[in-house]
Write a new protein. Structure first.
Length: 182
């Protein structure tokens, strides 16, 4: 589950099936009863109608928890500064980090470190688009060592310099304003 809409859909479908459950986090639900194969299929079909997928493979669930944890941490800048990702994930999932890292790489075709960097770059894009922060303030907020480090990571990930990206966004916003007649 990724957002409140997903949680609501899961909650409604499980209630419709008269099951007792607890939503544990953004990925896991604990159903109190032992469910039959027929109920399992009903849950799968009901979730599918809502555009959701039932994940009953433990490895897939662990990968989703890793992804959601990283996204949550990147969005919460205070956590980002205080957290050692490998330690945090190991504690949260009660697993050795090397196991989690291998599982993630196998399942997603990229390393946890690259996924973290990708999420940080996506957040940087949002900060450039929606906030009035300088590149230096963004570098500090996202815990890059310097603007130069942020700039090189951004260019490597997107193929664009920070300035060029900002310029493209500005032009796009001007075009949208022209279309709207603003």
């Amino acid at each position: 589950m990724v957002n409140l809409r997903c949680k609501k859909a899961v909650r409604e479908e499980l209630k419709n099936l008269r099951l007792h459950f607890v939503i544990l986090d953004m990925v896991a639900v604990d159903v109190m009863e032992n469910i039959t194969a027929e109920q399992h299929e009903q849950i799968r079909v009901a979730l599918s109608r809502s555009g959701l997928e039932l994940m009953d493979n433990k490895k897939t669930i662990i990968i989703e928890i890793i992804e959601n944890s990283i996204i949550e941490m990147v969005r919460n800048r205070n956590e980002l500064s205080r957290t050692n990702f490998p330690e945090y994930l190991s504690e949260k999932l009660d697993c050795d980090y090397s196991y989690l890292s291998g599982l993630f790489s196998e399942g997603r075709g990229t390393t946890i470190e690259n996924f973290i960097l990708y999420q940080k770059i996506e957040r940087v894009k949002e900060l450039i688009i929606y906030e009035e922060l300088s590149f230096k303030e963004i570098a500090v907020k996202m815990h890059f060592g310097s603007v130069a480090h942020l700039s090189s990571q951004f260019k490597s990930a997107t193929g664009l310099t920070l300035s060029h990206f900002k310029e493209l966004i500005s032009k796009r916003q001007i075009l949208v304003e022209d279309v709207r007649g603003i």
